[in-house]
Design a protein around this ligand. Structure first.
Ligand SMILES: [Zn+2]
Length: 173
């Protein structure tokens, strides 16, 4: 999730599925993008996450809260996982899917594994801070005992635009 100014974002080379947003105006990734925009408005790094249950209903949604909570672990994915577990009164989310606007970092990838999330859908690749297709590729390591199905590149350009705009504004401020 470390996103230094000037970093370029690219679409995932391993796009397994693509969501036609014109036909799915209320898709979970749209909700995640809304959370990312709300995070930016709070002065947080614009990353948003949504968790849906097996029926496709959103049960948790969150944006980054690291600044608001003075908590370096309050990435959108972690906040959403905690909320979903609280909602379900469960330490695991085996029927659930997580949508996040940016490739998860090592901390969040580990949390996704520990929570037994079924599928991970993410937006933009994060070549410097990501840990799924980039860097440590956590789900491919022997220390990882549960790997979700991974679908990258959903709404990647929208996700990356939010990040570029955010860091561009901060750099110019
Ligand atoms: Zn993270």
């Amino acid at each position: 999730m470390a996103l230094p100014p000037g970093q370029s974002y690219t679409q995932s080379p391993n796009v397994l599925t693509r969501m036609d947003r014109s036909h799915m105006p209320n898709s979970p990734m749209d909700a995640a993008l809304d959370e990312a925009r709300a995070a930016a408005a709070r002065g947080e790094v614009p990353v948003g996450a949504v968790i849906v249950n097996g029926a496709g209903t959103i049960i948790a949604r969150a944006g980054n809260r690291t600044r608001a909570w003075n908590d370096p672990t309050a990435h959108a994915e972690i906040v959403a996982i905690r909320a979903a577990c609280a909602t379900l009164a469960s330490e695991r989310l085996p029927e659930c899917d997580l949508y996040v606007t940016l490739e998860p970092c090592p901390m969040c990838a580990a949390a996704i594994s520990f929570s037994r999330i079924r599928r991970l859908y993410f937006g933009a690749l994060d070549a410097k801070g990501g840990a799924v297709e980039s860097g440590p590729r956590l789900f491919n390591q022997p220390v990882c005992h549960h790997a979700p199905e991974v679908y990258g590149g959903l709404a990647a350009s929208d996700s990356a635009s939010l990040l570029r705009a955010f860091f561009g504004e901060r750099r110019g401020a």
